[in-house]
Design a protein around this ligand. Structure first.
Ligand code: 1GP
Length: 252
């Protein structure tokens, strides 16, 4: 079954998903086996690989190493075309809907096609929406776009709906890697209510409470990178999928 169908199935069963994000630029390949063993034992359901600034070829090498140690689906979350490798299982084909830089709306996608032609990657069209989080993020710098204001939720909702109407299959709400503040519950809630497609949330999630809050607000899949990079004990902190007191929708 495709990775996208699996995500839809999990959502229909009320399951929450967690992706551990590994940035090839910040990760030491020597640490792959012990780190991935921790991922395998954790509640993580997916591994995402990608970063804003990554040396060419390092993604393919890292993906190959990770694959030796896990059966979890490995999804590329690329900052650039150079990070596309057929060694992964799927690719988030990202359109940066929050920005107005044509390179990240269509230009890089055209460049990607010649690479994709030689792979069996599952390509998942994804609307990527960067929201301000208190400090300038790498995505902002690399893409030369501004994040959306967190105060105007209606425009964020409309942007996500526009993505869905364009036929995108996922919406990824992003506060930016290492964000000071994770996305507010109200932003997640309102976007989720407006969408029929799965919702990914990431950026600045550093505690179990923030993770649970994102799920309670409606995130179907949460992405965490920095908290694991900074402290692998975070795997122990998030042992259970949801804290007690959480009730899936309809079971309150
Ligand atoms: C970044 O959303 C991801 O693109 C994860 O962010 O590194 O802050 O967990 P963190």
């Amino acid at each position: 079954m495709s990775i996208y169908k699996n995500i839809q199935n999990s959502i229909s069963k009320g399951e929450k998903l967690l992706a551990v994000l590994i940035d090839p630029d910040k990760f030491s390949v020597k640490n792959t086996q012990p780190f991935i063993e921790k991922v395998n034992k954790s509640i993580a359901t997916h591994i995402f690989v990608g970063g804003s600034i990554v040396n060419e070829d390092s993604t393919e090498y890292l993906v190959t190493e990770i694959k030796k140690h896990t059966n979890l689906p490995l999804v590329l979350f690329p900052g650039d075309v150079t990070q596309i490798t057929g060694k992964a299982d799927a690719l988030l084909f990202l359109s940066l809907l929050s920005g107005r830089n044509p390179a990240y709306l269509i230009g890089k996608h055209v460049e990607a096609v010649s690479k994709l032609r030689n792979t069996n990657l599952e390509v998942i069209p994804t609307g990527y929406i960067l929201i301000e989080s208190g400090k300038e993020t790498a995505v902002q710098q690399v893409t030369e776009t501004k994040p959306m204001s967190r105060n105007n939720i209606q425009v964020i909702v409309d942007t996500a709906i526009a993505g869905q109407l364009l036929g995108l299959k996922l919406i990824y709400l992003e506060a930016g890697s290492g964000a000071n503040e994770a996305l507010s519950q109200s932003i997640i809630e309102e976007v989720k209510q407006a969408l029929d497609i799965p919702l990914i949330v990431g950026g600045g999630v550093k505690s179990k409470i923030q993770l649970d809050n994102a799920y309670k607000s409606g995130a179907d899949l949460v992405v965490i990178g920095t908290a694991f990079e900074d402290n692998e004990l975070f795997f122990d902190e998030i042992k259970s999928p949801l804290s007690s007191g959480y009730f899936p929708e309809g079971e309150k």
